[in-house]
Design a binder for this molecule. Structure first.
Ligand SMILES: [Ca+2]
Length: 233
């Protein structure tokens, strides 16, 4: 009870009102089994999803849904193939506003799994672009940038969890994160820091990417729901 209240406070501290939505998908308006792709149903009109991989790796359905009746079920490919999904927001009004990324997730797989990667990035070529990396496994979320892990959050991420990450452009660019989930201690729940990158983060080019680095050696999936990208002040 206490933990839930604290988590709510942490999320509330990062989520402030009055922001323009650049992307929203709750996966409720898809047909069960549908593969998301192209324009996302509903408002805003200009957001989209792009997938790379076989259709069987991305399906919307009711199994273990996190919020509402349906969630996205994202599975790794076999062998060394990459599978990924990009959430592409409408273009924000400039590079000087903060940008916030939110999603709910649920990792299903054994503890031996290397996990799923989530990247907040402003370009495909990561080596020379700014990005924030989340590696989500059953028992931890590692958060880093420029190849360095800055925070390791422990919890039971086989249970539904929520992540909010805000990037504030500046010198340096800063990030503020809030993680709510079972077993996450209040002292770990709100990591923040500076993006250690060679170049400035560009909100106008930013998107959310989720990917499995390598093929499946075990049965695993990442359930995703309530993906929201917003422009801040
Ligand atoms: Ca949903």
């Amino acid at each position: 009870m206490k933990r839930a209240a604290l988590s709510a406070l942490v999320i509330a501290a990062v989520v402030i009102s009055g922001c323009a939505k650049l992307l929203q998908d709750d996966f409720e308006s898809y047909t069960a089994g549908e593969v998301p792709g192209g324009s996302i149903p509903g408002s805003p009109a200009c957001d989209a999803i792009e997938t790379v991989g076989a259709a069987t790796q991305f399906s919307v359905g009711p199994t273990n849904a996190i919020a509402g009746n349906q969630s996205l079920n994202f599975e790794p490919a076999f062998a060394d193939e990459v599978s990924r999904i990009d959430f592409l927001p409408c273009e924000p009004s400039g590079n000087d506003h903060s940008i916030r990324f939110r999603w709910r997730g649920r990792f299903q797989g054994p503890s031996s799994s290397p996990g799923v990667q989530v990247r907040i990035t402003d370009g495909d070529d990561q080596l020379f672009r700014a990005y924030l990396l989340f590696n989500v496994t059953r028992s931890s979320i590692e958060i880093g940038s420029a190849g360095t892990v800055n925070h390791t959050i422990e919890g039971d991420f086989s249970r539904p969890h929520a992540v909010v990450a805000r990037i504030v452009p500046g010198t340096p660019d800063q990030y503020f994160i809030a993680i709510a989930g079972e077993g996450v201690s209040a002292s770990d729940a709100a990591p923040e820091g500076n993006l250690s990158e060679l170049v400035d983060f560009r909100p106008r080019d930013a998107f959310l990417r989720m990917l499995w680095q390598s093929g499946a050696s075990v049965t695993e999936t990442y359930l995703v729901d309530d993906v929201i990208i917003e422009q801040g002040q």
